[in-house]
Design a protein around this ligand. Structure first.
Ligand code: COA
Length: 165
């Protein structure tokens, strides 16, 4: 695999990130969520201007392979990993794990002692593998659909990173 690079999100990335978001939900989440659930989830990117503004308002980084954006992740505040989406074509190559690690370092830079995420059922195995603990399971309503997710937390510190546990 080519080397993964990271850079800060730019407003010009909005359309590409929206496309990654839709494809990740449509294809990578197909085993865990039904058609109507995924349609409601993917609809969050319908308004690309609002979607881009949300990413710009958080600390968002994009991952590139050979200069092409293949994934993105965002940190809300100091300790919440909000968005984590990988182009299905670049899936299972370690991009998601590398992004979580990068977000963990940014969180530490903001003084966070822990990193939390509302993990989809698709992403829970990734967070499990990275040493996050499941705190509680809940449902979130998107349009007329209810989607399950799990609050996951990992302590941060001088000797820890998201990829070591
Ligand atoms: C979840 C997601 C971010 C994972 O991205 P990724 O780049 O494919 O993940 P990685 O390659 O870094 O996976 C690292 C490890 O996590 C685990 N993992 C990741 N995806 C998994 C899956 N679908 N099923 C089981 N284990 C999985 C595996 O242990 C994997 O290691 P392995 O490939 O050596 O077995 C991606 O599938 C995605 O965008 N999903 C849809 C959107 C979503 O649910 N986002 C999270 C919102 S909280």
């Amino acid at each position: 695999m080519s080397a993964i690079s990271f850079r800060p999100y730019l407003p010009s990335d909005a359309a590409r990130c929206a496309a990654i978001f839709r494809d990740a939900v449509e294809f990578s989440a197909a085993d865990d969520y039904g058609d109507d659930q995924r349609a409601a989830w993917a609809a969050r990117a319908d308004d690309e201007a609002a979607f881009g503004a949300k990413l710009a308002g958080q600390l968002t980084i994009v991952a590139t392979l050979d200069g092409f954006v293949v994934a993105f992740a965002s940190l809300e505040g100091a300790e919440k990993l909000d968005m984590l989406y990988v182009d299905p074509a670049a899936g299972r190559q370690g991009v998601g794990a590398a992004l979580v690690d990068a977000i963990a370092r940014l969180a530490e830079g903001r003084g966070a002692k822990r990193l939390t995420a509302e993990a989809s059922d698709v992403s829970k195995p990734l967070f499990d593998r990275l040493g996050f603990s499941a705190e509680r399971r809940s449902l979130v309503q998107l349009e007329d659909q209810w989607l399950a997710h799990t609050t996951m937390t990992k302590a941060l510190g001088e000797s820890s990173s998201a990829t070591r546990h």
